[in-house]
Design a protein. Structure first.
Length: 597
């Protein structure tokens, strides 16, 4: 080789090395917004892959992999996960935004009391300075259970018991007291006396109310529906509720969604929103606070009612919308039409139901909110217009009825990938209904936290196998149905739902139907990618993959290896929405359920 040839070769090598160095420098200089590193990243992709590093730019995921992935980027912000587990942001399939609103002046606020001790403490404080004989009203979101309350006839001695007249008598023996929680009113002895409710009092003949009595036939003070409404009429009328200014109400909504964000929730499905007012509120929230709040999928509420006049009115509303499921953007968009057939846990009472309430005999009692035959007309037109349909079906009978109506609609107007689903599904239907749901592609939108937080109510309403197999997650998956998870405010907080789905433990600490437990992996998928699927969002969110939205939640402990009994106690360290990192203080508490045991 001549000197000239060697010189040329050396020059070529230097040039190549220089080019490689420049290329490497260029790659290393690629600027991005955020890098998450040193973590245990559960991607929830189709293979349930794990990673340690995620690269984010312009609100989306650029790259996912091991430590070497970060070598090609420089980031404006780096989040050192310090070995913590990172999941896709939780996608809650069912929330009802309820910003704190004022009560009538003088009414006792128990809406954020989460134990009987809390209820008792607040009530005792409220009694100070009240003259004997004056009525006391209180409002509770739910009534928690007093360990020392005497059992009612159908309550087993060994489960938590609903606070009754005797529990309230200890707090206010000289004042009539009534506490309302949903369809339930609890009255103390003096309130019962003034209202004339005695051991001889009977339930209303229409079958729309009930007076609970103990084993001796004495009223316990627990009054349902019309009876509870009636006793309130004996109290002096409540003063008008102070009206919130529009700005105060707007601020309350913002606070509500910020609290959801602190629970690791990055997307919410808002069930039963009333157009157009609520739609505008959610759009305005994201316009005023861009990138700060969870993404919102809105389900408009439509009802079928008890007459064809209601059907025609709501068909006109449906036609007038001018859009359907999927309209919107990555922050606020439309989801399914939300409807409801039966009631909730408080509707499952074994007293006679009038013909007006459309009596049906099943393991889950209660009346129809709407006439089942009316559903067909709404379902059919919504389906034809391209809407997805989600229907509140808490009981087994409702699940069967709605599935049969959807079968008619789908057979009349075949449509691929409709993703219609049943909501709540607290009591599983017969095998034939499961098989029909699979054939028709009907999914289940479940709230597994019910098994935990509503256990005392389930124990009042259900029995035997029906009680044990409430919220039948395993059976749903075993039948190949699509399952998603959410909260429905009872209480908010995905970790409580995941805990209940995996452990099947109720509020009383007992295990209910262990055969219905799902694995941690299945539960997390149901709260992330599978919930995103129910909103047609599986290509855009729900897993940690390149191209998807950069929505994550960082946990204080590894949910896949921690003792399942401790899942509900895991803390949220960070919530990331669109690549924006929100630090959650270590002492942050679940505002919606701060003192759960």
């Amino acid at each position: 080789m001549t000197h000239s040839t060697k010189h040329l070769l050396r020059a070529a090598i230097v040039t190549a090395l220089s080019a490689a160095a420049m290329t490497q420098a260029a790659v290393a200089a690629t600027a991005v917004d955020l890098i998450l590193k040193n973590g245990k990243v559960a991607t929830m992709d189709a293979q349930n892959s794990s990673a340690t590093t995620v690269v984010v730019d312009d609100g989306r995921i650029v790259a996912v992999g091991d430590d070497s992935v970060a070598e090609g980027y420089t980031a404006e912000k780096t989040l050192d996960l310090q070995g913590r587990t990172t999941l896709p942001g939780f996608v809650d399939n069912h929330v009802h935004p309820r910003p704190a609103r004022p009560l009538p002046p003088g009414e006792v606020d128990l809406r954020y009391a989460y134990t009987w001790a809390d209820n008792e403490r607040i009530l005792r404080q409220a009694m100070k300075g009240r003259p004997p004989g004056t009525w006391v009203r209180a409002s509770a979101f739910r009534l928690h259970f007093a360990d020392d309350a005497p059992a009612t006839p159908w309550i087993n001695e060994d489960i938590s018991k609903i606070p009754n007249r005797y529990a309230l008598d200890k707090i206010a023996p000289n004042n009539p007291v009534i506490v309302r929680a949903s369809q339930l009113v609890v009255a103390n002895s003096l309130a019962l006396k003034l209202a004339g409710i005695t051991r001889d009092s009977q339930d209303p003949p229409a079958g729309d109310g009930h007076i609970e009595k103990d084993s001796n036939g004495e009223p316990t003070g627990i009054l349902w529906y019309a009876v509870g409404d009636a006793i309130e009429e004996f109290a002096p009328p409540s003063p008008p509720v102070p009206k919130l200014s529009k700005e105060a109400e707007f601020a309350a909504y913002k606070e509500f969604f910020e609290n959801l964000r602190s629970l690791g929730i990055t997307s919410v499905n808002i069930a039963g929103a009333r157009p157009p007012t609520e739609f505008r509120i959610y759009q305005q929230l994201h316009a005023r606070y861009p990138g700060e709040l969870p993404r919102m999928t809105i389900q408009p509420w439509i009802n079928a009612g008890h007459s064809m006049d209601v059907v025609r009115e709501n068909l006109q509303r449906l036609e007038g919308f001018g859009w359907h499921t999927g309209a919107g953007n990555e922050w606020v968009k439309l989801g399914a039409i939300k409807m409801g057939l039966d009631g909730g846990y408080t509707f499952s009472r074994p007293w006679p139901v009038s013909e007006h309430a459309h009596k049906h005999v099943t393991s889950y009692y209660g009346g129809w909110r709407d006439l089942p035959d009316n559903f067909y007309h709404i379902f059919k037109r919504a389906h034809q217009l391209g809407w997805q349909i989600g229907v509140h079906t808490a009981g087994d009978k409702a699940a069967t009825v709605v599935t049969d109506v959807l079968e008619r609609v789908i057979n009349d107007s075949p449509r691929k990938d409709h993703r219609h689903h049943l909501i709540h599904f607290e009591v599983g239907p017969p095998e034939a209904t499961y098989l029909k749901m699979k054939q028709l592609g009907i999914g289940v939108s479940m709230q597994p936290n019910f098994t935990y937080a509503l256990q005392p109510f389930f124990s009042l309403a259900l029995e035997g196998e029906t009680l044990q197999r409430n919220n039948p997650g395993r059976t749903v998956l075993n039948h190949g149905l699509h399952l998603s998870y959410g909260s429905d405010e009872r209480p908010y907080g995905p970790l409580i739902g995941l805990y209940a789905a995996v452990t099947r433990r109720g509020y009383d600490g007992k295990v209910y139907g262990p055969e219905e437990a799902v694995t941690v992996q299945q539960a997390v998928r149901a709260y992330t990618i599978d919930s995103a699927w129910h909103n047609f969002d599986e290509k855009n969110r729900g897993s940690i993959e390149p191209g998807k939205l950069a929505d994550f939640v960082v946990l204080s402990e590894d949910i896949f290896s921690v003792d399942p009994m401790r899942i509900k106690d895991i803390k949220i360290v960070n919530t990331v929405i669109g690549g924006r990192v929100f630090d959650i203080p270590g002492n942050a508490r679940n505002r919606f359920y701060p003192d759960h045991p």
